[in-house]
Each structure stands twice: as structure tokens, then as C-alpha cells.
Design a protein around this ligand. Structure first.
Ligand SMILES: Nc1nc2c(ncn2[C@@H]2O[C@H](COP(=O)(O)OP(=O)(O)OP(=O)(O)O)[C@@H](O)[C@H]2O)c(=O)[nH]1
Ligand SMILES: [Mg+2]
Length: 317
């Protein structure tokens, strides 16, 4: 974001103090959330994260938005690290290792070595962070994309993804039209998001083109219902459900075939993203909501501790 919100920085400081004063459990998710929010309020970019189980086409969708095959895509579990895609004049990759050594290389071939999962579906343990710099108009506006590992493979990746979602301004959840989530999976995830004040979620249905026409209608209808039940704080007039066939979208972009891009559904998503991002860079309501939700939780702990103390003091009287 161009203007860092001083108010959020102050709230973040107060929350960090609260960790000490209220002795918030070292290993609690609340403490992790508060620490993550500290970095979040200082991020000047608008972060757009793409999230889903592995093989749902997350990296393909981001490549389609970027208009080139920048991020690794494959049938086997692929993305192993959080990959930040930021603006740069030339396509380049920067890997920071745990010993703070930095490896920079033109292009993105180096991602295969440092940011994809190995044959045991494990991530390279030496890697601290992965950034790709790319020349694209949305990125130039101060947006950064975040490509994440699949969520249904290993607990390690799941944790990483959840931490990253809290510090993302807008989240695209990719849904595979051929295997919809169960009600329980959906509700667990929705509760996890809402407990952290994350309401800025857009559902993108991928692989719809692989279904028969009648099935396409049925699946879309069902997902319309799911999307409507998700309390979203997108600006009014914006749908939180889009249909994008990610691979045809990428192919269309690579060939410069606008009709194919249009048919894939990508153009609708792109124009919605543009407008939402411009508005949010001004208003920052998504960001404030995260801080407000966590602040309410901390306030509750503070009030409980205060009430307990008063009770104990009354007992002395
Ligand atoms: N037919 C078809 N294949 C697709 C589509 N989108 C993605 N794929 C294929 O699905 C596979 C997985 O795509 P990825 O983009 O690597 O999926 P991902 O969600 O990033 O997977 P991980 O990084 O492993 O979590 C690749 O072989 C893609 O070519 C689509 O719209 N149609
Ligand atoms: Mg991927």
C-alpha cells in the first residue's frame, strides 16, 4: 500500500504488548496471528494469494494472470514454498537461504531447484524465502501475487499456508469442479477464516470445462449457494464466485488469442480484481478487519483476566 496506516502500526504494537502483559500462551495460534500481523501492517503491496489443495491449478491460474509461464506447474505436487511474485523490469528469481545467503538468477528456472517439492514431497530445508520479479501492469500498481503449496498434503505445508493467508489482502480459493469440498471441510475452513477476520475471499471454479453441459450447470448452481453462504466483505456489486478454466486461459494468453481468454472466464476475473484492488489500496478495509477481529479476541482475554482478579480481591474482603 502506498500509505502505511499508522493506526494499524499502533494497534500492532498494542497487540504485541498484550502478548507479554496477558502472558498469552507461547504456542497458541493467537500469538502466531499477532506476530504475523506485525509484518502485515508494514507491507506496502496489496497481496493477492491463491490457495487450494494440490493440483487444483493455482500456479496455472497465476501464470494465466501474469500472461506467461512463470511459475512451475505439474501433475505431481509441485509448489513447495510460498512464492511471492512482485514487480521488476526483468524476469528474475531471488532465493534467500536460512544462512541469509542470496541467490539471484534471470528467469525462473531456478524455482525447480529451490521452490518445488522433492520426490518425498518435502521442501528444500535450506530455503527461507522465494521471490520472483516480473514486469506486469498489476504488479506495477503495487500488487504482489502469492503462489502457495497445496493444502491437503502435509501438515508442514498447511501451517505455512494458514500463516500466509492471514497476511494476504485478498484470497482466491480455487475449487475443482470435479471434486467439491464436503460440508464439513467447507465449514471448518470458513470458521478458520472468519475467526481471523478474513472475509475477502473469492472462489474460482477451475476444470468446469471438463464436465458435461448439464453437470456444469449443476455444479455452478451448487457453488453459487456455497459462495452466497460465505459472508464476504467484497465491495457491493462484486460477485465472490468466478468460473475460470485456468489452462485454456493460460494458452489463450500465450497465443494472444483474446477470444479464448474471454471464453475461459479469465477476463471477468481480471476486471473484477483490478477494480477491487484499486478500491482497497485507498480504503484498506480488508486489512483493518483482520486487526479488529484479533483485537476483539485479545480484549476478551484482558477482560477475563481483569474479572478474575476482581473476584479474587473480593474474596479477600
Ligand atoms: N485440463 C485442464 N488442466 C488444468 C487446468 N488447470 C490446471 N491444469 C493442470 O493441472 C495440473 C496441476 O496444475 P498446477 O497449476 O500445477 O496446480 P497447483 O494447484 O499449483 O498444484 P501444487 O503446486 O502441486 O499445489 C497441471 O498439469 C495443469 O496443466 C484446466 O483448467 N484444465
Ligand atoms: Mg502450484
Amino acid at each position: 500500500m502506498k500509505n502505511i496506516d499508522e493506526n494499524l502500526i499502533n494497534i500492532s504494537k498494542t497487540l504485541n504488548n498484550a502478548i507479554e502483559v496477558l502472558a498469552i500462551d507461547e504456542n497458541s495460534s493467537l500469538k502466531r496471528d499477532i506476530l504475523s500481523l506485525g509484518n502485515y501492517c508494514e507491507n506496502q503491496n496489496f497481496r493477492l494469494a491463491v490457495f487450494a489443495p494440490f493440483n487444483y491449478g493455482k500456479s496455472t491460474l497465476l501464470n494465466a494472470l501474469l500472461g506467461e509461464k512463470t511459475l512451475p506447474i505439474d501433475l505431481i505436487p509441485t509448489t513447495g514454498a510460498a512464492i511471492y511474485v512482485k514487480y521488476g523490469e526483468q524476469l528474475k528469481t531471488k532465493i534467500t537461504l536460512n544462512n541469509n545467503k542470496i541467490i539471484e538468477e534471470e528467469g525462473t528456472n531456478i524455482l525447480k531447484k529451490y521452490a518445488t517439492l522433492d520426490d518425498n514431497r518435502c521442501m528444500n530445508q535450506e530455503v527461507k524465502s522465494v521471490e520472483v520479479y516480473c514486469n506486469h501492469s498489476l504488479l506495477k500498481m503495487g500488487v504482489e501475487f502469492l503462489d502457495l503449496p497445496g493444502t491437503n498434503d502435509r501438515e508442514e505445508q498447511n501451517k505455512l499456508v494458514k500463516d500466509q493467508l492471514l497476511t494476504s489482502d485478498l484470497i482466491i480459493q480455487v475449487v475443482d469442479a470435479r471434486k467439491l469440498m464436503t460440508l464439513e471441510e467447507r465449514e471448518n475452513f470458513r470458521d478458520w477464516l472468519l475467526n481471523r477476520g478474513i472475509n475477502s475471499v473469492i472462489l474460482v471454479i477451475n476444470f468446469l470445462n471438463l464436465l458435461e453441459p448439464q453437470e456444469q450447470k449443476d455444479v455452478y448452481y451448487r457453488l453459487r449457494f456455497v459462495a452466497e453462504s460465505f459472508r464476504s466483505n467484497l465491495p457491493s456489486g462484486f460477485s465472490n464466485l468466478y468460473r475460470v478454466d485456468a489452462l485454456p486461459a493460460l494458452r489463450g494468453k500465450l497465443k494472444g488469442d483474446n477470444n479464448e481468454v474471454q471464453r475461459s472466464g479469465l477476463s471477468m476475473l481480471e476486471s473484477a480484481l483490478q477494480t477491487i484492488i484499486i478500491q482497497q489500496k485507498q480504503e484498506q478495509t480488508f486489512r483493518r478487519e483482520r486487526f479488529e477481529t484479533i483485537s476483539v479476541q485479545v480484549k476478551e482475554i484482558a477482560l477475563n483476566q481483569r474479572n478474575n482478579l476482581i473476584k479474587q480481591l473480593k474474596n479477600i474482603e
